[in-house]
Design a protein around this ligand. Structure first.
Ligand SMILES: O=C(O)CCC(=O)C(=O)O
Length: 265
């Protein structure tokens, strides 16, 4: 299989296999980054202004909405109208649709799934607004996806950071090596969605790594890697895209359509 210009280095392959993640700093330059940030905010504006396609609904006290072909999560403080997550986002802006085909995401994804042909599985825009952005509790993506996709380990994620990420603004965190034991037990003491969050007895918190990287970086991580992040207690934004690929041409997670990536149109 050809590597492509942005394929994995041997050290990145080792890190992904042994640690369950690796990061590339400043993958996107300043002008590209500004364009991505503007596109992200356009998508938020669409999500905020689109008519819901059904009643809002709640899980564990947190509000969700279906609108504009996406699932929108709102911030957790009672009554907040602040958008926290939009999944998927790529269909809401042409610049973000193009991002799905960017070789800086697709070449590593091809190597990680072991297939020349890859397609989009799902894509999220995660927004942590200053002083309001809430935590993402420790979890793996695999227990959530395993009912939908048989070879769940072949769904690598890439996070694209839109702002400098620090401990204060709630940078992404991973548990090094936690991907090696498949789907870990979920929590039974943490509400309706508790089973989707990883039981702390299943990993060692001392293995956590804070990924403090500059804006425009890419972080590749396994769907089995335990990950999460803390609230944004700073005055800075912390926004990121998370794009998940799958081998071959298969339907997306939340949309009944195929979206091949990195093919000439
Ligand atoms: O954005 C973050 O800090 C966490 C992301 C995450 O856990 C997810 O999207 O599954």
């Amino acid at each position: 299989m050809g590597q492509g210009e942005f394929g994995l280095t041997p050290e990145e392959r080792r890190a992904y296999d042994a640690d369950g993640f690796f990061a590339r700093e400043r993958t996107f330059g300043a002008d590209e980054l500004e364009a991505l940030r503007e596109a992200a905010e356009r998508v938020v504006a669409i999500a905020e202004s689109s008519a819901p396609t059904s009643e809002d609904y709640w899980h564990d006290g947190n509000r969700y909405r279906e609108a504009a072909g996406s699932t929108i999560q709102f911030e957790h403080s009672p009554g907040s109208e602040t958008v926290r997550v939009i999944e998927p986002f790529h269909h809401l802006d042409p610049a973000l649709d193009r991002l799905i085909d960017d070789p800086r995401l697709v070449d590593p994804a091809r190597a990680l799934v072991g297939d020349e042909r890859v397609s989009l599985f799902t894509d999220k825009l995660n927004l942590k607004r200053p002083r309001e952005g809430s935590q993402f509790r420790w979890h793996q993506d695999s227990p959530y996806w395993t009912h939908f996709y048989r070879e769940v380990h072949r769904l690598p994620n890439v996070m694209v950071t839109l702002d400098d990420a620090s401990e204060a603004n709630g940078c992404f965190r991973v548990i090094r090596g936690s991907h090696t034991r498949g789907c870990l037990p979920g929590r039974h003491d943490a509400g309706e969605l508790g089973p989707l969050f990883t039981d702390p007895a299943g990993f060692d918190i001392d293995d956590q790594v804070l990924i403090e990287v500059p804006a425009g970086s890419t972080i590749f991580f396994s769907p089995h890697t335990v990950h999460g992040s803390q609230p944004n207690t700073s005055d800075s934004l912390r926004r990121a895209f998370v794009v998940t690929y799958q081998p071959g041409a298969a339907r997306m997670f939340k949309v009944d359509a195929k979206r091949e990536a990195g093919i000439a149109s």
